[in-house]
Design a binder for this molecule. Structure first.
Ligand code: VG1
Ligand code: CO
Length: 542
């Protein structure tokens, strides 16, 4: 039976960089989730009888949310829902399923790398028919709807057993519970030379992959250990837990420090890798060599043709604006286009759909390609494995060669997390007002050539996105970029991105913090970070 239930709007349901993210208790407020989901459906047209994919990273509240979403989807007229067993689907697996089923869209339940549990974070994101996150005009329509919503529709029915493969019904809607991994694993087999990678493992190649007690565990066990023959025990923390074992499932040098320490030790395997809560990010560390995500994008762009799925080369490359320009140098050499987009994967969708680019990446550990419309953690690991197997060199050797060929973009991101919101906004506003006076100014040997507020004009749909980060670009190509996070759930997070190019092969093996020291100092002084945030130093450096 379909019920129409009266509700009142919540004022805070504006999707950020990647969906709506809030603390679990916020989502548990009466009708909070229902309002948002009904607002999603109210902003869409033409889904009667169509398919909706639903899944999440298994964090606390995933199961309850799925039951509610299924009942609301049924009441709104979807014909079929496809759900990963146990409610588990990684973000790239949702994207792949939407595409291979020809689904109308999908709902991804995740707050990505943010901690989970009863007091942790939860998130809801809507993906469209191309498999990618809804573009801004859709997310803004959803938000507008949440401000005026008066009721939602829901089927009154018992919960569906999401742990058993097979079919069920809610009202008129069919519900299919599918294997979380199979479709995704099949897609990976079309892209990479599994025989070659298997040979490498057989020949003694060693790796550790840390699933961080999050969604990629089942995928990594199946792909790396079962299909590719990596030694049992290659996958660490491979069971998804609702609270990720109490950790941040964030594959960076702070939350995956144990992996970094292992890679730098004399017990180091050939490759250490990790992924985040929802499986779209990746961390790559070779024996004795950490690869920054920006460099990883550049190396993968330069070597992708070695993998069968990219044998014919790349149409183009796209990177988010704060990502280093290392990929630009590869694109220039390959004679292909490079696009610079705002932060967030939703901006790559149009470029991928139009066939303008094949590989995309963000400095925040996200890399992906035209195979789906999300960044994809295990895909990046598999492409690295395939490149390593093809080139038969170490990660370190490949990086050194890459820098010698293209030059090195030293890069770091400094995060000032959970600072007071007013101060952070004041900092940005003040700096934005000063931009015109900063251009042409010199600080020691560093001269600012351009200072602007990044705006993006989408070449495919003609839309404009303003205020996407403040850029200080120096005469030697160095950059400092400032922006506020759009995924945090407490206070504000200031992100400062610092980059310097080094063409001289003799100066390419300096420690990153040393190489960037002058720019780091300047980044704090120019924006008066301490005055506005009360912080002398960042909380996380990646
Ligand atoms: C961050 C990253 C951005 C990424 C986004 C979602 O956004 O900087 O590059 O696309 O997270 O990734 P922000 O607005 O906090 O800087 V995920 O793995 O959290 O879905
Ligand atoms: Co993620």
């Amino acid at each position: 039976m379909i019920k129409d239930i009266a509700t009142t709007p919540y004022p805070d349901q504006r999707p950020g960089t990647s969906g709506l993210r809030k603390k679990v208790p916020v989502f548990q407020q009466r009708f909070y989730l229902e309002n948002f989901v009904q607002s999603i459906f109210d902003s869409l047209e033409g889904f009667a009888g169509q398919t909706l994919v639903v899944g999440g990273d298994g964090r606390f509240y995933n199961r309850e949310a799925i039951q509610k979403i299924l009942k609301i989807a049924a009441a709104n007229g979807f014909g079929r829902a496809v759900v990963g067993r146990g409610g588990i689907l990684s973000t790239p697996a949702v994207s792949a399923l939407i595409r291979s089923l020809g689904a109308f869209g999908g709902v991804v339940l995740s707050a990505s790398h943010n901690p989970g549990g009863p007091d942790g974070d939860f998130g809801v994101k809507y993906n469209v028919a191309n498999g990618g996150p809804a573009p801004e005009k859709v997310t803004e329509a959803i938000y507008a709807r949440t401000r005026v919503i008066e009721s939602f529709r829901i089927v009154e029915a018992p919960d569906v057993d999401i742990d058993r493969l097979g079919e069920a019904r809610i009202g008129e809607m069919r519900v299919e519970i599918v294997d979380s991994v199979a479709n995704y694993a099949a897609l990976m087999q079309t892209l990479f030379d599994f025989d070659r990678i298997r040979d490498a493992f057989r020949g003694g190649f060693t790796m550790k992959f840390d699933a961080m007690s999050a969604v990629t565990g089942p995928y990594a066990h199946a792909l790396l250990e079962d299909m590719l023959g990596a030694a049992p025990g290659t996958v660490l923390n491979g069971a998804p837990l609702p609270d990720f074992g109490g950790h941040h499932p964030d594959p960076n040098l702070v939350h995956a420090k144990h992996l970094y320490d292992l890679a730098m030790s004399d017990r180091a395997p050939d490759l250490c890798a990790a992924s985040d809560g929802d499986g779209d990010r990746n961390l790559i560390i070779g024996r004795g060599r950490f690869v920054t995500p920006s460099d990883s994008l550049a190396v993968l762009a330069a070597n992708a043709h070695l993998a069968p799925g990219y044998r014919n080369g790349l149409a183009g490359v796209a990177r988010s604006m704060p990502t280093s320009a290392a990929a630009d140098r590869v694109a220039a050499k390959l004679g292909i286009a490079i696009y610079e987009t705002p932060t967030g994967w939703k901006f790559f969708g149009n470029l991928l759909d139009a066939g303008l680019v094949t590989i995309c990446g963000e400095e925040s550990a996200g890399t992906g390609s035209s195979h789906v419309r999300e960044k994809d953690g295990l895909w990046a690991v598999l492409l690295w494995l395939d490149v390593l197997a093809a080139r038969k060199q170490s990660v370190d050797a490949i990086m050194r060669e890459h820098w010698a060929t293209y030059g090195r973009n030293y890069y770091a991101r400094h995060d000032y997390e959970e600072v007071e919101s007013d101060g952070a906004h004041d900092l940005i506003r003040t700096l934005r007002d000063r931009l015109p006076s900063l251009a042409g100014k010199s600080f020691g040997a560093l001269e600012i050539e351009t200072a602007d507020d990044f705006a993006y004009h989408d070449p495919v749909d003609g839309s404009d996105s303003l205020h996407q980060g403040l850029r200080l670009i120096f005469a030697d190509g160095s950059r400092i970029v400032y922006r506020l996070s759009g995924t945090g759930t407490a206070g504000a997070t200031l992100r400062v991105y610092i980059e310097r190019f080094e063409a001289d092969a003799g100066k390419q093996l300096v420690e990153t913090q040393t190489a960037l020291a002058d720019l780091v100092r300047l980044s704090r002084d120019i924006a008066e970070i301490e005055r506005f945030t009360g912080r002398k130093a960042p909380s996380v450096i990646t």
